[in-house]
Ligand binder design. Structure first.
Ligand code: ADP
Ligand code: MG
Length: 357
């Protein structure tokens, strides 16, 4: 296994006017379980293919354990990669498909048998071991692709590019849990690309959030939730996402709709566009206390009700536990302790009393 460093890495496809990846400097640990999370088109596949060696970056270097691998092929880098759609040999049996990457590397026969048996069991494909792959469903074919990525124990890293896209939702859970267990057992460096926050948050110890060709934050699920470093992270993580409310600054206070919120530091950047971030979970509704909210919709999402409305010209969502009464003309309040302050989309302060700082 290897640590991965990206040095001044950037990429522009020859046919495109803009950079798909802006210059980045990253260092990811050996044995880490990382998720690369971001919306479609933000550069996840581009970055993964540069790490695996399928794509040569137009600028910068890729290092594994401090060794420059930028000029090496995927095979020389010794990487396993699982793609969005199945890559299997239709005419081979399921077991042979799994054995193939091992035979290719000259592994002993009894060791191959053992690892293939392990993989079959892990993927619940024992019954199909001797069937030819072409007779399998898309789900099962993708399981083979996953298995082919996981049978090799000597790899520097295993990269997954939205591997559960074609998998049935029920099975997704099971496979994700399985991948997590495999990581705990073998401690491979794993990078798992997804646009689905639930997938990212359940799989990874560290989530790398990408937005428009840039890494905007790396953190634990809790850090992404409590202290989003960019308004995009706040809005993208959580359901619904963080409220982002335009505000003004007065020394070490943020002022929104005439209310003052104390910050943990004074702000001196008069030209910036300031916004206050507050999670729907941290908003209190009451019949008498706080700023009046014009309710526009109520959405029952099972254990919660999402109250959507407008306050001082801004959109706001609040999350209310099921069974808790929602006042008819609700007023809104929230605590300084739960806010983050953003200047031109980047976090510059938290509310006073925030223990995370
Ligand atoms: P993601 O995997 O996050 O959806 P991609 O890495 O596939 O994003 O794409 C990032 C950006 O690069 C997008 O704007 C996409 O249109 C562009 N892009 C991807 N592949 C190519 C290519 N082969 N040639 C030109 N542009 C590309
Ligand atoms: Mg992609």
């Amino acid at each position: 296994m290897a640590s991965i460093q990206l040095q001044s890495l950037a990429h522009r496809y020859p046919s495109a006017p803009d950079y798909a990846l802006n210059s980045m400097q990253q260092s990811w640990s050996d044995g880490g379980a990382y998720a690369l999370l971001g919306p479609s088109g933000c550069g996840k596949t581009t970055l993964l293919n540069i790490i695996s060696g399928l794509l040569r970056p137009s600028e910068g270097r890729v290092l594994f354990d401090d060794i420059d691998v930028t000029d090496l092929t995927t095979q020389q880098r010794n990487i396993a990669q699982v793609f969005q759609f199945p890559v299997v040999y239709d005419t081979m049996t399921v077991a042979d498909n799994l054995a193939f990457p091992l035979r290719n590397r000259g592994i002993a026969k009894n060791e191959i048998e053992k690892r293939v048996a392990d993989a079959l069991q892990m993927l619940d494909l024992q019954e199909r071991a001797n069937d030819r792959a072409h007779s399998l469903t898309a789900d099962d074919k993708q399981k083979i692709s996953l298995g082919r990525g996981l049978v090799r124990t000597d790899v520097q890293a295993i990269l997954f590019d939205e591997p559960l896209t074609v998998i049935d939702p029920h099975l997704k859970w099971q496979l994700r849990t399985e991948l997590k267990k495999i990581h705990q057992r073998f401690q491979h460096t794993m990078i798992y690309v997804t646009h689905d926050q639930t997938e990212a948050l359940t799989f990874a110890d560290q989530v790398i959030v990408m937005y428009e060709g840039a890494v905007v934050q790396i953190g634990t699920p809790q850090q992404l939730f409590e202290t989003p470093e960019h308004t995009f992270v706040g809005k993208f993580i959580g359901s619904p996402g963080m409220n982002v409310l335009p505000c003004e600054i007065d020394g070490s206070e943020a002022v929104f709709a005439g209310k003052r919120f104390s910050l943990n530091t004074a702000i001196d950047n008069p030209a910036a566009r300031f916004e206050l971030g507050i999670r729907p979970e941290n908003i209190k509704l009451s019949p008498s206390e706080g700023m009046p909210l014009t309710v526009t919709a109520l959405e029952d999402v099972g254990r919660h009700v999402i109250v959507r409305g407008e306050i001082a010209g801004a959109q706001l969502s609040a999350l209310v536990k099921d069974g808790v009464a929602i006042p008819e003309n609700p007023r809104v309040s929230f605590d300084s302790a739960h806010i983050n302050l953003y200047a031109d989309d980047y976090r510059v302060a938290s509310g006073r009393g925030d223990q995370a700082i």
